[in-house]
Design a protein around this ligand. Structure first.
Ligand code: NAD
Ligand code: UDP
Length: 330
C-alpha cells in the first residue's frame, strides 16, 4: 500500500456508474488524459446519452451490466485482459428521489457492488476508489463536517438505504485494505451539480433550473433555511483524479465549502435564468439534513486541491447547458 503521490497516470481504468452524471465527466477526463476506460453501467439512473460525445472513442469500452454481477461476460473479459490499474466505483443511485425509488438496488450497489468492484481491483493489483458521500454524516451535529466525525444516521429511516449502503461500502473498503492489503481510497463527495444531470433526477439544482426555465414555481422544501454546499462537477472530477493518484486511503471530503441556504439557491436560479417563476414552499422530506458543509483541510493539504468554479459561474454554465438541451442541442 502506498501513501505518496504516484508519478504515473493510470493507463487502464474501470469506472462503475460511468454513464451517470459524475461518471460520464470522469470518463471524459480520463480519456482526455489518454487512459483507456472500461465503463460499467446498468443504466438504472444513467443516461446513455451522457457518453454520446465519447461513443466510438477507441479508448472507451462500455459494458452494460450490473457491477454486482461481476464482469464475466466475454466482452468484459476481453476488455479487462490487458490489465487494470485503477477501479473507480461510482455505481449507485445518488439523488434522494432515485434511491427512494430504488431502495434495494441502492443497498445492493453499496454492498454487493462494492464487494465485486473491490475484488476486481484486488485481482488486478489495481488501486480502488470508493465514491462515498457526505450522507454518511447524516443530519450532522458537527459543522462543518470533518472526516473524523462519525455521523448522525438512522439505520431504518427512508434515507438509510443510501446512507447505510455507503457506510457499509466504506466499512467493506476499509476491511479489504486491512485484511487483504488492497490499495483502497475513500472519498466523501458533497453535493455536486453541473451539466449532465437529468432534468428530472430530483436534486435541487436541476429541479430548480428546470422549473425556472419552464416558468413553474420553484418547490422549496420547508422554509428553505437548510443549507447545502455546491461543488461544480469539473472541480469534483479534478479532485477525484488527484485523489486516485495520491495513494491516500481517505476518507477524504471533496466538496465546495461555499454554503448556501436552499432559499438562496432558488433565488439565484430565478435571477440566473431571468425567470418569472416564484417560490412555492412544499413539505420537507423526512430526515432531510438541516445543514451540510465540507471541511476540506485534508484535501487542500494532501492533494493541493480546492474548488475553482464559483457558484455564480457554475450556475450560469449549468443554465446554459439546460437551455441548449431544451433547444435539442444537448
Ligand atoms: P447518477 O445517478 O447520475 O449516476 C450513477 C450511475 O450508476 C448511473 O449511471 C447508474 O445507472 C449507475 N448504476 C447504479 N447502480 C448500478 C449498478 N448496480 N451497476 C452498474 N451501474 C449502476 O449519480 P451521480 O451524481 O453521478 O453519482 C455518482 C456517484 O457519486 C454515486 O456513487 C454517488 O453516491 C456519489 N455521490 C454523488 C454526489 C453528487 O452530488 N452528485 C454526492 C455524493 C456522492
Ligand atoms: N430541495 C428542495 N426542493 C427540491 C429538491 C430539493 O427544496 O425540489 C431541497 C432538499 O429538501 C434538500 C436540498 O434541497 O434540503 C438538497 O436536496 P438534494 O435532493 O439536491 O440533495 P441532498 O443533499 O438532500 O441529498
Amino acid at each position: 500500500m502506498s501513501s505518496g503521490t504516484r508519478t504515473t497516470a493510470p493507463r487502464r481504468v474501470v469506472v462503475t456508474g460511468g454513464a451517470g452524471f459524475v461518471g460520464s465527466r470522469l470518463c471524459a477526463a480520463l480519456l482526455a488524459a489518454d487512459a483507456e476506460v472500461v465503463c460499467v453501467d446498468n443504466m438504472l439512473t444513467g443516461l446513455p446519452g451522457n457518453l454520446g460525445a465519447l461513443r466510438g472513442h477507441p479508448g472507451l469500452h462500455v459494458e452494460r451490466s450490473d457491477i454486482a454481477d461481476g464482469l464475466t461476460s466475454p466482452s468484459a473479459r476481453a476488455a479487462l485482459r490487458p490489465g487494470v490499474d485503477l477501479v473507480m466505483h461510482l455505481a449507485s443511485p445518488a439523488s434522494p428521489v432515485d434511491y427512494l425509488d430504488h431502495p434495494i438496488e441502492t443497498l445492493d450497489a453499496g454492498s454487493l457492488g462494492t464487494r465485486a468492484a473491490l475484488d476486481l481491483a484486488r485481482a488486478h493489483g489495481a488501486r480502488f476508489v470508493l465514491a462515498s458521500t457526505s450522507e454518511v454524516y447524516g443530519d450532522p451535529q458537527v459543522h462543518p463536517q470533518t472526516e473524523d466525525y462519525w455521523g448522525n444516521v438512522s439505520s431504518v429511516g427512508p434515507r438509510s438505504v443510501y446512507d447505510e449502503s455507503k457506510r457499509f461500502g466504506e466499512a467493506l473498503t476499509a476491511g479489504h485494505r486491512r485484511a487483504l492489503g488492497t490499495d483502497t481510497g475513500i472519498v466523501r463527495i458533497f453535493n455536486t451539480y453541473g451539466p449532465g444531470m437529468r432534468e428530472h433526477d430530483g436534486r435541487v439544482v436541476p429541479t430548480f433550473v428546470r422549473q425556472a426555465l419552464a416558468g413553474e414555481p420553484l418547490t422549496v422544501a420547508g422554509d428553505g433555511s437548510q443549507t447545502r454546499s455546491l461543488c461544480f462537477v469539473d472541480d469534483l472530477v479534478a479532485g477525484l483524479l488527484t485523489f486516485a493518484g495520491s495513494g491516500h486511503p481517505g476518507p477524504m471530503n471533496l466538496g465546495n465549502p461555499d454554503e448556501l441556504s436552499v432559499r438562496r439557491i432558488a433565488d439565484d436560479v430565478i435571477r440566473a435564468t431571468g425567470s418569472p417563476s416564484r417560490v412555492e414552499y412544499v413539505e420537507r422530506p423526512v430526515h432531510d439534513p438541516g445543514m451540510r458543509c465540507p471541511d476540506i483541510t485534508l484535501a487542500r493539504s494532501v492533494l493541493g486541491w480546492e474548488p475553482r468554479v464559483a457558484w455564480p459561474d457554475g450556475l450560469s454554465r449549468t443554465v446554459s447547458w439546460f437551455r441548449s438541451r431544451a433547444r435539442g442541442a444537448g
